[in-house]
Design a protein around this ligand. Structure first.
Ligand SMILES: Nc1ncnc2c1ncn2[C@@H]1O[C@H](COP(=O)(O)OP(=O)(O)OP(=O)(O)O)[C@@H](O)[C@H]1O
Ligand SMILES: [Mg+2]
Length: 320
């Protein structure tokens, strides 16, 4: 039985390339290429863990629709578990239309769909039992789970003996009150809170990553990671020790979609193997660095042997 439980959002992404401008109302524009793929933090993380050779149980909600079938078949194709995927009879599978311009930042059009109805009651005591790690991911896009219900779930997970981890999604338009309502109740029940730098800033209202990590710790999180993109991660441990774990140098970023989810998979894999906090974060950096060198959120995820080679290579360079 899997020792890791991943609870969170499932999305299908249709990625159009290139889209340099949107059509005027009533108009039509062409693009060359459509990539149709699974996305969403929980699905990305579950697939990445499966590719690393680590089983997990995944609880997420999709519609009773062809996109829901697609999520389930893609999980199965990657060797990930599908038994925790709940079909919503009313709401559609969450969907993102991603417009990728020739240069610059991609734009997302997103509908939350079934993710908004994922509830803590969907996770049975049996699913929580004998878990080493429980990861809630996609906070801000789960209307029925974010805030107090997620806090209750994490509390129950801890009582059942698991270490708890939580990650958020960057919702640019959300006011600080919404961030706080979604995140703060969970902090006291978290062993590791792992937001990205923009998310940390949005929740705490503090620009400095170190200061905002400390504010999350004051509000109850035992350890905090702030993901800093191509700079790596900041780890703040329970004794107040701070470590910057630098990102791996890579020749070229092909697609940074899902970098944070692949980082989380590597981090969970490290904790699963009994590595230290900082060593697990380094493993997260390695998985994420390899993944951003291929198109698609999880296409480039390596095997654990490849990750270990990368870590050994870095240790070798540091020794010289
Ligand atoms: N250009 C890069 N080179 C090397 N590693 C990278 C690069 N970009 C991201 N990473 C790795 O991926 C990790 C996560 O990326 P990021 O900080 O962007 O997370 P995120 O914002 O949660 O991502 P996402 O948008 O997928 O949710 C970083 O901490 C780093 O280890
Ligand atoms: Mg993220």
């Amino acid at each position: 039985m899997a020792r890791i439980l991943v609870v969170g959002i499932a999305v299908v992404d249709a990625i159009a390339h290139p889209v340099d401008a949107f059509p005027a109302p009533g108009g039509l524009r062409f693009f060359d290429e459509l990539t149709f793929t699974t996305g969403g933090c929980a699905i990305n993380c579950g697939i990445a863990l499966a590719k690393l050779g680590i089983p997990s149980d995944i609880v997420a909600r999709v519609g009773q629709d062809p996109l829901g079938d697609f999520v389930i078949s893609e999980l199965a194709r990657a060797g990930a578990s599908t038994s925790g995927i709940v079909r919503d009879p009313q709401r559609p599978t969450s969907f993102s239309f991603v417009a990728v311009p020739r240069g610059g930042e991609r734009s997302f059009l997103h509908t939350t769909g079934a993710n908004a109805a994922l509830r803590a009651s969907e996770i049975s005591p049996q699913q929580l039992a004998s878990k080493q790690l429980v990861f809630v991911t996609g906070t801000m896009l789960m209307d029925a789970l974010d805030g107090e219900p997620a806090a209750g779930l994490l509390k129950a997970a801890r009582s059942a003996g698991a270490l708890t981890v939580m990650d958020t999604v960057y919702v640019e338009s959300a006011p600080i009150e919404l961030w706080r309502r979604a995140v703060l109740p969970a902090l006291a029940h978290l062993d590791y809170f792992v937001p990205s730098a923009p998310e940390a800033r949005a929740i705490s209202g503090i620009d400095d990553a170190s200061e905002s990590a400390r504010s999350f710790q004051r509000q109850g999180a035992r350890n905090v990671v702030i993901k800093l993109g191509d700079r790596g991660v900041l780890c703040l441990d329970e004794h107040g020790r701070e470590t910057i774990v630098p990102a791996f140098q890579i020749p070229r970023v092909v697609d940074a979609t899902g970098a944070g989810d692949c980082w989380a998979a590597g981090f969970l894999a490290g904790l699963h193997e009994g590595r230290s906090f900082v060593e697990s974060a380094r493993l997260g950096n390695a998985v994420a660095a390899i993944s951003v060198q291929a198109a698609g959120a999880t296409t480039g995820v390596p095997t654990m042997d490849q990750v270990q080679n990368m870590l050994d290579g870095q240790a070798g360079r540091e020794d010289r």
